[in-house]
Design a protein around this ligand. Structure first.
Ligand code: PEP
Ligand code: MG
Length: 608
């Protein structure tokens, strides 16, 4: 459903479009819990004799906040000690917030604003924060955007402390859709999870903490919504469409009815499919397929098991770097990898080495200015330049390998020499561990991602050097068709079923078969019913998808006839446009999958 984009004033209906970070539909009353304080900052001049008192007021506000953060952190550490990973992660984020409060540069700036400009503590603090934010503003990096959001979150809490108006979230008890300018982990602590139907914030992007929290609570969440403060009135009825990223305040009757209908159909279907999550993915003609999960944090392993995942096909280790302010130590990385490997044992866990660079920058120190970051220092190239980070990560992965069934995989391999260079570093790291007497799994499988056209062309040579391939279709499509995967102007050209992509995948599968190694598809394409039919027909029997989609993909596989799809694939190879491929598949699978297609479209935002 795509609601009418026009904003109406009758009945004060507002449609706000944001970024969907946790799927599902919620309908309920609104509650704004944290408004931006910047708008009401006291911009007041002070007399010279008031400078000392104003500075002391600022220091006291910051100390109060540090104390509150520390208390929240201690509580979280307690929960973490009892095994809550989510608490451990939130405690780390609070640590970052405490560091912001104690940042000598920020405090120094604020204090000198008060004394030199003779302005109020609120104003002096705000000016200092704005100066720091301005330094981030010209750098287009999701990492820095999130750090800026952290700074803003801390900043408004300091302002609120100065105004003696600190948040008291726990006062809210009834189930509500919570709206906020932004939410810090400390804020979310004060919310009883059973009372949150959905979360909506003005700030935040795909990697924001609010999204992480919402996904772990399995509630819909939309972030990055402009204009909430003006549009939301407490208790107003709201629809949160966490599938498409819409927030409708005071919806029309017809909209409400449609969403209610969609909500009940969706949850019925979902609970039905979820009940079958543990069943094996075996096609009607007896082909057994493995369905793994793509994970970004080890915390998601619980969810993965619940959704019937048979292992981790892709552990995106970038998240462990992106969600923090400084580089993780070898031991921190080891703990993270050990946790996931141990938790998933005896199932396998494919640990991908850092895919930093382009849109996944991991920090200022490692940053280089690049004209064309997607074609620059990304993934394995980044690791070759920052070998200290690469070696640290490899050591941690190898050490974790004795705790279960781990594998290592290199991203963005472009050719044989690059693969061999990465392998030689891996051998050196193994030698180092040998010399120290540190244990690791000597038979640890090694894989290469196939996500560049160059890797497709030289797949035969690469296949002789590794134990498995994993096709990253997200990037393979981007680099083969020459379109930025995040650019809305060329998104119409992002066609997984383009004949070039089909033939590229076919070639990789043929080369893997010839070398006797396994091949998995771990891009989003694996969770698209049309593509899935062709991939099954090509003989692919390993897929790795977002955990939430695992039960759905397994269900589709159980309804598939692989022999039939093999015939279909043969016809697909002869097509010369994405449109004709799609037409052909549609004719062939519609009868078989018809009931599922609309749900897939709802969840993945794809067209049917
Ligand atoms: C891919 O490119 O398909 C892939 C799985 O890797 P990522 O999305 O992390 O780049
Ligand atoms: Mg990729």
């Amino acid at each position: 459903m795509r609601p009418d984009q026009k904003m109406t004033t009758a009945g004060r209906r507002h449609l706000i479009t944001g970024v969907a970070v946790s799927s599902g539909i919620a309908i309920g009353p609104a509650q704004f819990i944290n408004r931006r304080d910047n708008a009401i900052i006291v911009r007041q001049r002070i007399r010279p004799e008031e400078v000392a008192a104003e500075t002391a007021r600022l220091d006291a506000a910051v100390e109060t906040l540090v104390r509150e953060f520390s208390e929240a952190q201690a509580q979280l550490r307690d929960q973490a000690a009892k095994g809550s990973r989510e608490s451990r992660e939130q405690a780390d984020i609070i640590e970052a917030h405490i560091m912001i409060c104690r940042d000598p540069k920020l405090l120094g700036l604020a204090r000198s604003n008060i004394s030199e400009r003779e302005i109020s503590a609120e104003w002096g603090w705000e000016k200092a924060v704005q100066e720091m934010l301005a330094a981030f503003a010209n750098i287009d990096s999701p990492y820095l955007r999130e750090r800026a959001a952290d700074l803003q979150a801390v900043s408004s809490r300091v302002t609120a402390c100065l105004r003696g108006n600190r948040l008291r979230l726990s006062a809210h008890t009834a189930p509500k859709i919570f709206f906020a300018h932004d939410l810090t982990p400390a804020d979310t602590l004060a919310l009883a999870p059973e009372n949150i139907i959905a979360l909506v914030t003005e700030m935040g992007g795909k990697t924001s903490h609010t999204g992480i929290l919402a996904r772990s609570l399995r509630i819909p969440c939309v972030v990055g919504c402009p204009g909430l403060e003006e549009a939301v009135i407490d208790e107003a009825l709201v629809i949160v469409d966490g599938i498409n990223g819409f927030v409708i305040i005071n919806p029309r009757e017809a909209e409400l009815a449609e969403y209610r209908e969609q909500q009940s159909r969706f949850s019925l279907y979902e609970s039905d499919i979820r009940k079958q999550a543990a069943l094996p993915a075996e096609s009607v003609d007896g082909v057994r397929v493995s369905v793994y999960g793509n994970l970004e944090t080890s915390r998601e392993s619980v969810l993965l098991k619940e959704f019937g995942g048979e292992g981790v096909g892709l552990y995106r280790t970038e998240f462990g770097f992106l969600s923090r302010h400084n580089l993780p130590t070898e031991n921190e990385l080891f703990e993270d990898y050990r946790r996931i490997v141990e938790e998933m044992a005896p199932h396998s866990v494919v640990l991908r080495t850092l895919d930093a660079g382009a849109d996944k920058m991991i920090g200022q120190r490692q940053r280089v200015e690049e004209e064309n970051p997607a074609l620059g220092l990304r993934a394995i190239r980044y690791c070759m330049r920052h070998q200290d980070i690469f070696r640290r990560q490899l050591r941690a992965m190898l050490r974790a390998s004795v705790y279960g069934n781990a594998a290592i995989m290199f991203p963005m391999i472009s050719g044989l020499s690059e693969l061999r260079l990465a392998k030689s570093i891996l051998s050196e790291v193994k030698q180092e561990l040998d010399n120290e007497g540190t244990e690791y799994n000597r038979h640890l499988p090694l894989g290469s991602m196939i996500e560049l056209p160059a890797a497709v062309f030289v797949a035969e040579a690469l296949a002789r050097e590794v134990d498995f391939f994993s096709i990253g279709t997200n990037d393979l499509i981007q680099y083969s068709l020459g379109i930025d995967r995040g650019n809305k102007y060329v998104s119409y050209l992002y066609q997984p079923l383009h004949p070039a992509i089909i033939l590229a995948i076919k070639h990789v599968v043929d080369m893997a078969r010839q070398a006797g190694i396994s091949v998995c598809v771990c891009g989003e394409m694996a969770a698209d019913p049309y593509s899935l039919a062709v991939l099954l027909g090509m003989g692919i029997d390993e897929f790795s998808v977002t955990p939430r989609l695992i039960p759905f993909v397994k269900n589709l596989i159980r309804r598939s006839d692989v022999a039939e799809f093999r015939d279909l694939a043969r016809q697909v190879y002869r097509q010369n446009s994405a449109e004709s491929v799609l037409r052909l598949i549609r004719q062939n699978i519609y009868g078989r999958f018809s009931g599922e297609l609309s749900f897939f479209a709802a969840m993945t935002g794809s067209e049917i």
